[in-house]
Design a protein around this ligand. Structure first.
Ligand SMILES: [Zn+2]
Length: 92
């Protein structure tokens, strides 16, 4: 028997939480763009929320520098989604 309520709960509280731009607290577009660029070059960046060094989400596919995860707080950074949000909330 599967308890769907428990399953839903696990999904919400699980480590694959998608991070929204809002949570990161960037005050200016340039700040957010610098952060995203560091990820896209593969250089990596510190988590704006907890300060841990972000890691590639897909370690086996090293060429994919679009998705990153924080080992500290478990947040997942999908840079393409973050860029979309940035263009919606802080257009040039
Ligand atoms: Zn973090």
């Amino acid at each position: 028997m599967i308890d769907y309520r428990l399953k839903g709960h696990a999904l919400q509280r699980g480590p694959m939480k998608k991070t929204t731009l809002d949570e990161l607290g960037f005050e200016a577009r340039g700040e957010a763009v610098r952060f995203l660029k560091k990820l896209w070059t593969g250089e990596g960046a510190d988590c704006p929320v907890c300060g841990e060094k972000l890691e590639l989400l897909h370690k086996k596919a090293k060429k994919n520098v679009c998705d990153w995860q924080c080992p500290g707080c478990g947040r997942v950074f999908r840079t393409i989604h973050l860029l979309d949000e940035l263009n919606e909330t802080m257009p040039k």
